[in-house]
Design a protein around this ligand. Structure first.
Ligand code: UD1
Ligand code: CA
Length: 445
């Protein structure tokens, strides 16, 4: 969108979080609050994005760059309020003429669809409000019809004003010229001794500019000040992502028990059973079955695959078409080829498993020597017998059979049998004699 600049306020201390981590770095649906806000900002394709961060917040700057590589940074060296924070973006907006949208880094649920009407308005200034089920803590909108006369902060409001449920989301849109005209007029003569951005509304009215009201659903405006609100935001993201997955053609047997990340991608006709957690970076193809109780992150699952129950896919797990990964199998940084199966009790790390291979129960890739990780390469149509240890680096050729219980320490050529097995000893009648002796001794005692 041309003629649009976005300021994201992310410098607050987040005192109420009681955390060493800056508030906007806390996560919901595996993405930082700042990441969510910047994703929404990027979706509007603005000319400029300015992130206002606190002093020494290198992690916040790095996170901002991750989601908006072209964002400009403005440091607010002392936290003197939201109005003061916006003032710090001044230099970054020099020479810009157009609309400025202010987003709060702690209000991550906002959707671009709710921002469009705010941006499309013709008024010099517009505020995004919402009807709060519990307005406590939010600024109240003093409205007259569709115009807003003032925003009163909780601490500064009269008991009458506190009864108002029409609240400030914190999001405003204002012409840059008007913003630079009004910002110097802000004062900190209020309960918190801060420069409130919200006071711009009264100042605009005094200057004869109408401030219009746009409303959006309360679910998009939850501001995170403490961890209870963080949990509320998490719940709302999960509700949203569950709906998106189902509307996209996935079946969720018990949606409330499936947890998604902001970037999870789920294909059509994929069925997800109860108690499944998707960490960041997961892509699931069509017609995949994810059975109950799986933990999946950083993984790609191709169409037709079957995962679980009780499987763990860690970053770099690349599960091929129609492959099966069953109960108590952990896969890390490994490719499981088309139609390959690892159905029970295995660890597959730093490995490549060829198409059609079968990894028997209890197979372990010994990928770590205490210092470095090593690769295990398994060809196509290999049969790995149960309880085998593959000591990497090792290469198992195509069509190999590995006898159960083997410890494979060197590479095996195509179509060979590999076996490490102590001699089997069978003593006929021994067990019967043993029992008889033991029972006789017990009877005597
Ligand atoms: C603010 C609004 C309130 C609104 C609510 C919505 C003001 C004065 N009040 O209150 O009307 O209902 O949000 O959630 O704006 N920040 C800075 N620098 C500062 C102070 C804050 O960058 O000096 C940032 C914070 O990181 C945060 C945002 O601004 O992302 C909002 O600050 P916060 O202190 O949480 O404001 P609220 O009290 O929630
Ligand atoms: Ca807040």
């Amino acid at each position: 969108m041309t003629g649009l600049a976005i300021i994201v306020l992310a410098a607050g201390m987040g005192t109420r979080m009681k955390s060493a981590l800056p508030k906007v770095m806390h996560k919901a649906a595996s993405r930082s609050l700042l990441g969510h806000v910047l994703s929404a900002a990027k979706a509007l394709a603005p000319d400029r994005i300015v992130v206002v961060h606190g002093p020494g917040q290198e992690a916040v700057k790095a996170e901002a760059t991750r989601y908006a590589p072209d964002a400009m940074m403005a440091e607010q060296s002392e936290r003197k309020g939201t109005g003061h924070a916006v003032m710090q973006a001044g230099p970054a907006l020099a020479g810009f003429s157009g609309k400025v949208l202010v987003l709060y880094g702690d209000t991550p649920l906002i959707r671009k669809e709710s921002l469009y009407p705010l941006l499309a308005g013709s008024a010099g200034m517009a505020v995004l409000g919402f009807r709060a089920s519990n307005p406590h803590g939010y600024g109240r909108l003093i409205a007259s019809g569709s115009a807003i006369l003032a925003i009163r902060e909780e601490l500064d409001a009269t008991p009458e004003e506190r009864k108002i449920t029409l609240c400030n989301s914190g999001i405003i849109c204002i012409a840059n010229e008007l913003l630079s005209q009004l910002l110097p007029q802000l004062s900190n003569a209020n309960a918190k001794g801060e420069y409130y951005l919200t006071d711009l509304v009264e100042l605009a009215n005094t200057a004869g500019v109408t401030v219009s009201l746009n409303e959006c659903p309360e679910s998009e405006t939850i501001g995170v000040n403490d961890r209870i609100q963080l949990a509320a935001v998490e719940a709302e993201f999960q509700r949203r992502y569950r709906h998106e997955a189902m509307l996209g053609g996935a079946t969720l047997a018990d949606p409330a028990t499936v947890y998604f990340s902001a970037d999870t991608k789920i294909g059509r006709d994929t069925v997800i059973e109860p108690n499944v957690f998707f960490g960041p970076g997961v892509t699931v193809g069509d017609n995949v079955e994810i059975l109950a109780n799986c933990h999946i992150e950083g993984a790609t699952i191709a169409k037709g695959a079957r995962i679980g129950p009780f499987a763990r896919l860690r970053p770099g797990a690349d599960i091929g078409e129609d492959a099966h990964v069953g109960n108590f199998v952990e896969v890390k940084k490994s490719r499981i080829g088309k139609g390959a199966k690892a159905n029970h009790l295995s660890y597959i790390g730093d490995a490549r498993v060829g198409a059609g291979s079968n990894i028997g129960a209890g197979t372990i890739t010994c990928n770590y020597d205490g210092y470095e990780k090593h690769l295990t390469e398994i060809g196509e149509n290999v049969f790995v017998g149960s309880n085998s240890a593959l000591v990497a680096p090792v290469r198992i050729g195509t069509g190999v059979n590995i006898a159960a219980g083997s410890v494979i320490t060197q590479s095996v050529p195509d179509d060979a049998l590999a076996m490490t097995r102590p001699q089997l000893v069978v003593k006929e009648g021994w067990a019967k004699r043993y029992r008889a002796a033991k029972q006789a001794k017990k009877a005597k005692a």
